[in-house]
Ligand binder design. Structure first.
Ligand SMILES: Cc1cc2nc3c(=O)[nH]c(=O)nc-3n(C[C@H](O)[C@H](O)[C@H](O)COP(=O)(O)OP(=O)(O)OC[C@H]3O[C@@H](n4cnc5c(N)ncnc54)[C@H](O)[C@@H]3O)c2cc1C
Length: 462
């Protein structure tokens, strides 16, 4: 594509206006020392919501305590300061608030407020485009983005912040199940609209399943809930207790098997001292990326094949009240956990029949009035149903990350093309970096990446 007269230009373009895009934009606005044109291209406005923070429902809680959700590495209490200044929880002491798992909707509002403040204080100008980027082309005079609104946008540097993609329901026939009976877990309003008496099947047993179940409970749902997943592992709760004090550094020199054994030993030694295993896991949280990068390629593959399910439930924990709700529903006999692999989904009359195979490959069937797809985040670049990423992979502007997950980026966040050559004008931020970093999804990682990306984008423009 050639740059036509219709092409609009800016200095820095950010693709995606979820948490990663907004934090990167704030970094650019704060770092700009003169007039500069910044554009955010995002189809789903208002900004700051993305997938995680788009929910309006108070029962959907952050899975990280408020005190650890600052968007800025140099202001660790910033989210807490925001909540206090808003008087969002009157009567709750600041210390208690720091430990609390607050509704996720506050986070989008927080990001927007900090963005607005950055716009007001910056010499740079922000332009928000309500559009989706469908292609990215590198040219000598800049990066040309084609928007689905029709107009190309030329930028000197670009941040790719396209975030999370939902896995499709992995069943033959799923496409023929009508929308009212096949609901995506991230369509939070559709989950709330499920009839109170409907029997519900949920495919996937992770955090999105937990979101769906608490929504059903909040709307007075009285039907049966069937949860189907390959390993039937439910998310585990956060716990309070003294911090673990072992030295995690030696783990970096161990292979995967040794690390698993060492962590089990640390947990066993901590328990008699009243230290919960959760805090043993917390101790390695700051080393997440280093732990991944110091594993051999083969051990990374073994981890993805054999360990990741167990890692997920121990690492991505839920607030204790949410866990208590799941436990209570199971105790009442209303939430049934099935271990098996989904094979088929067939709508018939008022029902959806799910056909599955148990671990012994014996078939079984779950009948419900609707099915919720809670299979979670798609990590494989080729399978993400994002036309921009498909175009970039197809044209050789990008290549899949290690193990085929995410897209490939250099240590400084620059996009790597199909030949592994770094493009310093394009920064990758967030979950797309998963293959290189593994820990690259949550705010504690995004804030550092966004700051680094902003510096790099400004450097290109300078
Ligand atoms: C249900 C859920 C709950 C979570 N809870 C927490 C939590 O409590 N704490 C925490 O730290 N992390 C949480 N996370 C992790 C979460 O991924 C991050 O905190 C954060 O939301 C990721 O932001 P992001 O901008 O990278 O991605 P996203 O939130 O996915 O945003 C990406 C944005 O890019 C846009 N986009 C995509 N493609 C294009 C395109 N081609 N052109 C233009 N725009 C495009 C999308 O419309 C979207 O708005 C949660 C994740 C999920 C899925």
């Amino acid at each position: 594509m050639t740059v036509s007269d219709q092409t609009q230009a800016c200095d820095i373009a950010i693709i995606g206006g979820g948490a990663a895009g907004v934090l990167t934009a704030i970094g650019v606005l704060r770092g700009a020392s003169g007039a500069l044109r910044l554009a955010i291209v995002e189809p789903q406005l208002p900004l700051g919501r993305g997938v995680a923070y788009a929910t309006r429902h108070p029962e959907h809680l952050l899975n990280v305590p408020a005190g650890k959700m600052s968007g800025f590495p140099d202001r660790p209490d910033d989210f807490l300061d925001y909540l206090v200044a808003q008087d969002a929880f009157p009567g709750v002491e600041r210390d208690a608030l720091a430990q609390a798992f607050v509704p996720r909707r506050h986070y989008a509002a927080y990001l927007r407020q900090r963005l607005q403040e950055a716009v007001e204080a910056s010499p740079a100008q922000l332009d928000v485009r309500a559009a989706r980027v469908v292609s990215l082309e590198k040219q000598a005079d800049g990066i040309v983005l084609q928007l689905d609104s029709g107009q190309p946008l030329l930028a000197a540097s670009v941040a790719l912040c396209t975030g999370n993609a939902l896995r499709p329901l992995p069943a033959r026939g799923a496409g023929a199940v009508p929308p009212g009976k096949r609901i995506e877990a991230w369509d939070f309003d559709a989950v709330q609209d499920i009839a109170a008496t409907a029997d519900v099947a949920i495919v996937g047993s992770g955090l999105s399943m937990a979101d769906s179940v608490v929504s059903l409970t909040a709307t007075g749902h009285r039907g049966q809930v069937h949860v189907l997943s390959r390993h039937a592992l439910l998310p585990l709760p956060h716990a309070k207790g003294p911090a673990a004090d072992y030295d995690p550094e030696p783990l970096l020199a161990m292979n995967l098997r040794q690390r698993v054994r060492a962590l089990r030993r640390h947990a066993a030694e901590a328990a008699p001292r009243g230290i919960p295993w959760q805090n043993v896991m917390e101790r390695i949280r700051p080393l997440g990326q280093a732990l991944w990068q110091s594993l051999s390629f083969d051990d990374q593959r073994r981890f993805l094949r054999h360990v990741v399910r167990y890692w997920d439930v121990h690492r991505h924990r839920i607030a204790a009240p949410v866990h208590a709700q799941l436990t209570e529903l199971r105790r009442q006999g209303r939430l049934h956990l099935h271990r098996g692999r989904l094979e088929t989904a067939i709508a018939e009359g008022a029902c959806v029949h799910l056909g599955a195979l148990d671990p012994g490959r014996q078939p079984f069937q779950i009948d419900a009035h609707c099915v919720i797809n809670a299979t979670g985040v798609e990590m494989r670049a080729q399978a993400m149903r994002n036309p921009l990423l498909q175009q970039m992979l197809g044209s050789g502007a990008a290549r899949p990350g290690p193990h085929g997950i995410g897209i490939d980026s250099a240590a400084d966040g620059c996009l790597l093309d199909a030949d592994g050559i770094a493009e310093p004008r394009v920064q990758v931020v967030g979950s797309l970096r998963i293959g290189r970093l593994w820990e690259s999804l949550a705010v504690p990682e995004l804030r550092g990446q966004a700051q680094q990306a902003a510096r790099s984008l400004l450097g290109v423009v300078a």
